[in-house]
Design a protein around this ligand. Structure first.
Ligand SMILES: NC(=O)c1ccc[n+]([C@@H]2O[C@H](COP(=O)([O-])OP(=O)(O)OC[C@H]3O[C@@H](n4cnc5c(N)ncnc54)[C@H](OP(=O)(O)O)[C@@H]3O)[C@@H](O)[C@H]2O)c1
Length: 238
């Protein structure tokens, strides 16, 4: 099995952190996140390169990630998994302009800026770019209308870039279903008992790795997929 160079944004918590942990013993992993290294280093595997980049400032974040890659002598990437995401749980008519903008900046504008900035790194390796969307892109999500809009945007972005970059960089979008991470609490939503029916982030990370290895797009990674053996019989990135 070849050792791959894999970048994961939002690699400091939830699904992204679990992806980083499962990939790090077999691949060279670069994790990015908004927090300073001192706050996240203890939870990351030892050999992982960490780059701080706050994606609420999309262009600066993309520049910081490119600079960080070059400083670590990384000129090629086999995979870039654009996973960082955020949202605010509010009734649509009361959502502030600032919250709307932040959701779109982190989830969409930053994904676009990073896709453009990382293209040369991926092109050199004939690599693959994966956007992490959400089932909210299709189904909507109560009190998360801007979040749902941002994930639908990623779906369109992946289709367009996939056509533009055919033959150079493969592009896919994966839409996870409800997963037991802190994203809901960070958004100001208390889930209560329903959270028991959400998949654990380790399981979602396993399902995502299988879907990334397969390369199909778009793909939905739901509880139904899990019950059909989606994490038990999965393949690993090779
Ligand atoms: N959990 C679900 O039910 C679910 C369902 C469908 C799709 N998703 C998607 O899956 C992805 C991962 O979500 P998760 O559930 O694992 O959430 P999470 O546990 O909150 O992790 C999100 C990651 O994104 C980072 N992030 C947030 N804002 C950022 C910013 N401004 N700049 C840079 N990084 C930032 C977080 O950093 P910190 O560690 O500093 O917070 C964290 O590393 C997201 O794209 C989310 O939309 C989640």
């Amino acid at each position: 099995m070849a050792r791959r160079k894999i970048l994961v944004t939002g690699g400091t918590d939830g699904i992204g952190l679990e992806l980083v942990r499962r990939l790090a013993d077999r691949h060279d992993v670069i994790a990015t996140g908004r927090r300073p290294r001192g706050q996240v280093a203890a939870s990351l595997p030892e050999d992982v390169i960490y780059l701080q980049a706050d994606q609420s400032a999309p262009e600066e974040a993309a520049q910081a990630i490119v600079r960080g890659l070059l400083e670590h002598n990384q000129s090629r990437l086999d995979h870039a998994i654009l996973n960082a995401g955020t949202g605010y749980a509010v009734a649509p008519q009361t959502e502030t302009a600032e919250a709307i903008r932040r959701t779109l900046d982190v989830n969409v504008v930053s994904a676009i800026a990073l896709a453009h900035a990382l293209f040369p790194f991926l092109e050199r390796a004939e690599g693959q770019l994966t956007f992490i969307g959400s089932v909210a892109a299709r189904r909507g999500s109560s009190r998360f209308s801007s979040y749902a809009a941002s994930k639908a945007a990623l779906d369109g972005l992946a289709r367009a870039l996939g056509a533009e970059w055919r033959g150079t960089v493969r592009v896919q979008v994966l839409h996870p279903g409800p997963t037991r991470t802190a994203i809901h609490a960070k958004a100001g939503l208390e889930l209560g008992w329903i959270e028991r029916f959400f998949l654990p982030p380790e399981t979602m990370a396993a399902m995502l790795e299988t879907a990334i290895q397969r390369g199909r797009s778009p793909e939905t990674l739901s509880l139904r997929r899990y019950l059909a053996g989606g994490s038990m019989f999965g393949s690993r990135i090779q």
